[in-house]
Design a protein around this ligand. Structure first.
Ligand code: F6R
Length: 614
């Protein structure tokens, strides 16, 4: 939540910062701002409510010179989204400007103390409290900025990635992090900072991922200096990031979400590359090979995640129990972190997170670690906090996901969970050899089946247009497709703002059926399996109440076709792999309903891509 970017070098900072903010806008977009130090040592700060484009419009007739600057795109936590609360925030002396991603939890105590000492505040943000505190320490104790930052951060409780400009020190940016991501880019006589590598990779692929409680001093004339709060030097390796611009641009699609939906066949190939070998009839995950003793015979597995990743976890539970015969629990990370779980060193915790930065998931990992559990991460963002906090893990390798509504990360997570269940099942001898072989080759074939499904895009768009009238939707599925129903409902509500609920189909009778009337469309995942007849009865019950049914069916299922108002056919695959296919039309349905309603699908209101606060 919130994107931060900084530049120090020979270029004009403003265009670099604006472009960087646009790449980070998925992290928050209720206001944006920039601080620039001009060659005349003037500190110009421009802010605007709304998106980065609003900031650009506001700054269009302003002095945007300067080769050092910091910028921010905000997702409000403290204080409503307006210009006063937008970042950068300045200290009262006017000499320091700061951007911040995170939350200062003890800000009200600190603010009270500063007010008592005569400091005046202009905003209602926690961020302004921190920069005022830093300036207060700097001026009253007559210390340099680094000392003041170290001292202030010692009295702060919370999560932060910050970057500070000092008018009196125009060759320097100081940045620090704790529990919020921060990346430093190292170019030729220039430095960058970013919440992730996306604003940096256009200029350099050399980055340093800061650790918690690291402070970096970037100076025009020196090597970056990394220290901790006690001023002890910290060593960091420079990492080369494997990201390219095409991966983070729209590539001709009108929205990132649509691009990411259509990318899924290629993404899943990348996800399986080097891991699935149909000829050798093998699935290999290096994490399992390297950690056999922890993974092969756990007492149970607990999956922790949030949102869409939690839905992937529900599918993972079925896969692991099915193939490995290990009991699995799936917990919301936000609940797990504050529970008192009965967990010990015989348990394995699988943490699933696209961004690798979700605060609740990170806290759940720390709790499980403190109780001795072995932690396996399934992340997308390479080098992210969660990837680094786990004992081992598997990346999903689907490339950067920019659209706020998760699509390709979901199918990537399910693919990794399938490979994990297969590999672990084989090691444990709990998966039938014939089934193992059949599922491996079916999994390898999923990308080409997805391509067939994606060809139905126009048809799904036409279906979607019919349903924009609805204020409520119900999604039903059973077995492996029950989490798909939950995920389909989440996608719709996130981007179209239509209320939607997912249910196991048989639960309909226990309550939701009361809601069903001609106004409430019901999406039913009704593929051919042993429960098909039962789902068919559900459809009849829905039709008897005059609701319209959109059914996701197995190819050629004439029975459901006759009953439903609209049908989308899935190519034939193994039952346990159906979620990978069934989720595609539901993503498209949500996308096209939202588009027909004129909504901003890539940046839906109130949401942010990376939830780095509780
Ligand atoms: C929904 C969505 C969210 C995320 C959730 C967890 O489309 O994207 O529900 O799944 O915020 O995020 P990660 O996976 O980054 O931990």
């Amino acid at each position: 939540m919130c994107g931060i970017v900084g530049y120090l070098g020979k270029r004009n900072a403003y265009p670099v910062l604006i472009k960087g903010l646009k790449r980070l806008e998925y992290r928050g977009y209720d206001s944006a701002g920039v601080a620039l130090l001009t060659d005349e040592h003037k500190l110009n700060v421009y802010k605007a409510k709304g998106k980065v484009a609003d900031l650009e419009a506001y700054a269009s007739d302003k002095d945007i010179s300067g080769t050092v600057g910091i910028a921010h795109t905000r997702w409000a936590t403290h204080g409503e989204p307006n210009t006063a609360n937008a970042h950068p925030h300045m200290s009262s002396s006017g000499s320091l400007a700061m951007i911040h991603n995170g939350i200062i939890e003890n800000y009200s105590v600190l603010k009270k103390q500063l007010i008592e000492k005569g400091v005046e505040f202009k905003s209602s943000t926690d961020t302004e409290v921190l920069i005022q505190l830093i300036d207060y320490i700097k001026t009253t104790s007559k210390v340099d900025l680094l000392t003041a930052v170290r001292s202030a951060l010692r009295s702060v409780i919370g999560a932060y990635a910050i970057a500070i400009l000092d008018k009196d020190n125009p060759d320097e940016i100081i940045a620090a992090r704790k529990s919020s991501p921060l990346v430093v880019g190292i170019g030729e006589e220039e430095f960058f900072i970013g919440s992730d590598a996306s604003p940096i990779i256009e200029y350099t692929n050399k980055v340093v991922y800061l650790d918690d409680e690291d402070i970096v001093v970037l100076n025009r004339n020196k090597e970056p200096q990394y220290v901790d709060f006690d001023n002890t030097k910290v060593d960091h390796d420079v990492t080369e990031v494997d990201l390219n611009l095409a991966q983070i641009e729209k590539g001709g699609y009108p929205h990132f979400m649509l691009k990411e939906i259509y990318e899924q066949p290629d993404c899943l190939k990348d996800c399986m590359r080097g891991r699935i070998n149909v000829e050798a009839n093998n699935v290999t995950l290096s994490a399992i090979i390297d950690n056999r003793k922890h993974l092969i015979n756990p007492r149970r597995i607990i999956i922790v995640a949030c949102g869409t990743s939690w839905h992937a976890g529900l599918i993972g539970k079925q896969l692991i129990e099915d193939f490995c015969q290990i009991p699995v629990e799936v917990e919301y990370a936000s609940e797990f972190r504050y529970s008192n779980p009965v967990i010990n060193n015989q348990d394995v915790v699988i943490a699933i997170s696209q961004s690798g930065e979700t605060a609740d998931t990170l806290a759940a990992i720390e709790l499980a670690k403190s109780k001795g559990a072995f932690i396996y991460g399934i992340c997308n963002a390479i080098g992210s906090s969660i990837a680094r906090a786990t004992h081992t893990g598997s990346y999903i390798h689907v490339g950067p996901e920019i659209g706020v509504a998760s699509t390709k990360a979901f199918t990537g997570q399910v693919t990794v969970l399938t490979m994990l269940a297969l590999a672990l099942g084989k090691e444990r001898g709990t998966v039938d050899q014939q089934r193992y072989t059949t599922v491996i080759s079916a999994l390898e074939n999923i990308p080409s089946l997805m391509l067939q499904l994606l060809e139905q895009g126009d048809m799904i768009r036409d279906i979607s247009r019919v349903f924009t009238y609805a204020h409520n939707f119900l999604y039903l599925g059973r077995g492996y497709n029950y989490p798909v129903a939950l995920e389909g409902a989440l996608k719709l509500k996130e981007i179209s703002y239509i209320h939607a609920e997912g249910y196991p189909a048989a639960e309909m009778k226990h309550g939701p059926i009361a809601l069903i009337d001609e106004e409430m469309p019901v999406v039913v995942i009704a593929t051919q399996n042993e429960l098909h007849d039962k789902v068919l009865s559900n459809i009849q019950e829905i039709k008897a109440r005059h609701a319209r049914v959109i059914a996701i069916i197995s190819k050629g299922d004439e029975t459901v076709k006759k009953l439903a108002d609209a049908t989308i056919e899935l190519p034939e695959t193994e039952k346990c792999l159906e979620p990978l296919l069934a989720s595609i039309p539901l993503q498209m349905l949500a996308y096209y309903v939202a588009i027909a309603k004129g909504k901003d699908v890539d940046q839906p209101r109130n949401l942010a891509k990376s939830v780095t606060v509780e």
